[in-house]
Design a protein around this ligand. Structure first.
Ligand SMILES: [Fe+2]
Length: 175
């Protein structure tokens, strides 16, 4: 039996940057889970369905919320303070608009597998390609945010501003 495993979602203690880093860990986890799902030939149908549902839920619900966190809570507060940060924020927004295609292909494959897990052999190669494209897209993107944008939150924003961002993130998730 091939165990696809679950991507975990532990609570995020710490400050707003810890919470954002936690989101990035989940982007990497679910991208990896999409790739494992594509390679799960022979797995039990219930496992295929469960993994497909998890991946679909993550990329259709949670990922857009994370992009909103960055574009609506971080970007307006960090803009205009530092030339390098401004440059990275511009890149960040441009790249957010670019991952829609690969995300769409992952969602399409996972919808099919959630409804009919026995279709894995038919869907596997397009899911594998989409997962590979996502990984290629996200790795430099996440790394740049972690290297430049997230440290700027701690360095350039006051504690009350950081608390407001954390509250906006929670409100977006209905918490
Ligand atoms: Fe991000």
């Amino acid at each position: 039996v091939i165990r696809l495993g679950k991507a975990s979602a532990p609570p995020a203690p710490g400050d707003v940057v810890d919470a954002l880093i936690d989101c990035h860990a989940r982007i990497r986890e679910f991208t990896a889970l999409a790739a494992r799902l594509a390679a799960a030939d022979g797995a039990a149908p219930c496992e295929v369905r469960s993994a497909a549902e998890q991946v679909h839920r993550y990329f259709s619900v949670a990922l857009p919320l994370h992009a909103e966190d960055e574009e609506r809570s971080l970007l307006p507060r960090l803009s205009g303070r530092d030339a390098e940060v401004d440059r990275q924020l511009g890149e960040m927004r441009r790249e957010h608009a670019e991952h829609g295609d690969a995300v769409g292909r992952v969602l399409l494959a996972c919808s099919a597998l959630a409804a009919s897990p026995e279709r894995l052999p038919e869907v596997a190669s397009s899911l594998a390609a989409a997962a590979r494209d996502l990984a290629r897209h996200f790795e430099p993107h996440l790394e740049r945010e972690e290297r430049v944008v997230f440290p700027a939150v701690r360095a350039l924003l006051t504690p009350p501003e950081q608390d407001t961002i954390r509250a906006e993130m929670r409100a977006r998730r209905g918490a």
